[in-house]
Write a new protein. Structure first.
Length: 133
């Protein structure tokens, strides 16, 4: 599973303030990105969605998302770990992160969402260990 989060801040060239989080199985043809250097990413996929209201689910409909990100600036890295005890339980967390500023363009069902210079590309790994006595 890959999670794609698209956040379109309202202060850049016509983007609306929306956050779309999609958890789906995407093929390499639908979603690609340069995980090592974070220089680019692309998505072209169609999803079946449904609106839920207090009266229950609405009819299903399809949306097609087309977006492209281009990395700009310096690639930054971060990482760390923490360990703590609580009674007889040991918790340990470790992470590594890479991120870079980006520009982005996109469309939803063929309607342009505009261009943003306030985008980013990121890749991270993390490990959480919980050990009980």
């Amino acid at each position: 599973m890959r999670v794609l989060e698209i956040d379109s801040p309202g202060r850049n060239e016509g983007f609306r303030r929306d956050v779309l989080t999609v958890t789906a199985r995407l093929s390499a043809q639908q979603f690609s990105y340069d995980a090592k250097r974070l220089e680019s990413a692309n998505i072209h996929a169609t999803y079946r969605l449904r609106t839920f209201t207090k009266n229950g689910p609405g009819p299903a409909f399809r949306v097609t998302i087309l977006a492209a990100w281009t990395g700009i600036g310096k690639l930054s890295r971060a990482g760390g770990s923490s360990t703590y005890h609580s009674a007889c339980t040991l918790f340990h967390y470790t992470f590594k992160d890479r991120h870079r500023s980006a520009t982005a363009t996109g469309s939803l069902n063929g309607k342009s969402l505009g261009r943003s210079t306030d985008a980013s590309l990121a890749a991270d790994t993390s490990l959480t260990i919980e050990h009980q006595c």
